[in-house]
Design a protein around this ligand. Sequence first.
Ligand SMILES: *Cc1c(COP(=O)(O)O)cnc(C)c1O
Length: 496
Amino acid sequence: MSDTITGNRALLIEEPLIFEQDSPGRSGIDLPAFQPAAQRLNGLRRQGPIGLPGLSEPQVVRHYTRLSQKNFGIDTGFYPLGSCTMKHNPRLGEKMARLAGFGDLHPLQPASTVQGALELIDSLAGWLKDLTGLPAVAMSPAAGAHGELCGLMTIRAAHEAKGNPRQIVLVPESAHGTNPATAALCGYQVVAVPANARGRVDLAALEAKLDGKVAAFMLTNPNTCGLFEDQILEIAKAVHQVGAYFYCDGANFNALVGRVRMADLGIDCMHINLHKTFATPHGGGGPGAGPTVLSAALAPFAPVPFVVHGPNGFELVEEAGQGPAKQSLGRLKGFHGQFGVFVRALAYILSMGSDGLRQASSDAVLNANYLLARLKDVLSLSFEGPCMHEVLFDDRFLRDTGVTTLDVAKALIDEGFHPMTMYFPLVVHGALLMEPTETESKDGLDRFIAVVRALAARAKAGDQAFFHAAPHHTPRRRLDETQAARAPVLRWRKAD
Ligand SMILES: *Cc1c(COP(=O)(O)O)cnc(C)c1O
């Protein structure tokens, strides 16, 4: 806690909850006196006061403005959160998404009145198909994890159509937690595939686990160690030989856009996190979008709704079990997907152009390799480089210092950086996964590198006390994160 009189730390204001600021009867507006109307709600009529706090307009403005400033985001600073692709979101996308013709649509409007919106979905789908080389895409999944669900449900439906849904989904040890969770949700038994000493899938171990019970193999490429799976063609061949499907977790597509078409790697199905690769704002729980590209064999099972070209323009296919959706697995979500995210993603794609997209993925890889080259002598690089768009270190450099990955992350907060991804992937001890993205300048990377180098030196010099007390400058210091997760206090109650 701060030792100032107010509890404030300079311009960081220590403020009570909005309910604690309640001054009954205070209001920002004058309303005409309430005229009791005929009562039509019977037993549903409110019995007591509504319980909203009484506040003046300036109080409300200050409260929400301060809350917005407590949020760290890519708009305020460097955010090298590995696997999450926290890149700059161009303002052009915001402007396009707010155009009345897009922003004011209602999803129940007749298709004839929203031809432009359907064309936008269709053009974005076209780009996603071109960039991956796969012939179909399900646009409705609302996030990456939802895209995984779409992909595995599609795979399950395809196996079922052949008479046997199969029992097992294989997942590498380094996989993101959503992969095994998705497979389990789809009723599959999850079997882990170990990595080899080079941080890639152990091909022999994979082959040993592949048989007619396996429905799919889920792989992230580049994988969550930031490495390209260089045996992917052999992997695809082995997976297909037993009649299984090859699912790719596309969260790391930012490393490959414009350079590799996933279809050429033997992928049958991949979700694309538009909010990562295609620069739409995310974090704090949404919104995202996870369109899922599908091979010709999987396409007939895609969820509804989808857009088709009809004789009089674009049409929406909304009913499963008939027409072009005869074999569709049904609906995954109300309506057509995250339309606002589609607008931003297409604005990004069109403003970049195919050459710009390719340049962006190349620069993302270059930036990560710059971090690798400038930090590998002071941190411990987990696997030999070069890396793709993110670089993985582990905590061997902290051995016998009494300082942990978590302590280093807390010290980075004091320096004004969002920490990298910590303790993921699980294949190395005390992981520090850094993803700078292409939108960070060399100056910005150099500032970060200087701080990380200084912190590594301080840890090795044995300054445990400094690290254990970090962060020193935040309004709240070390929180009991376990307690917060196990016993969250989500509701304010008036003190008696
Ligand atoms: C982000 C991510 C996901 C999940 O995507 P969401 O959009 O957050 O649901 C899955 N796998 C990997 C590797 C990721 O980085």
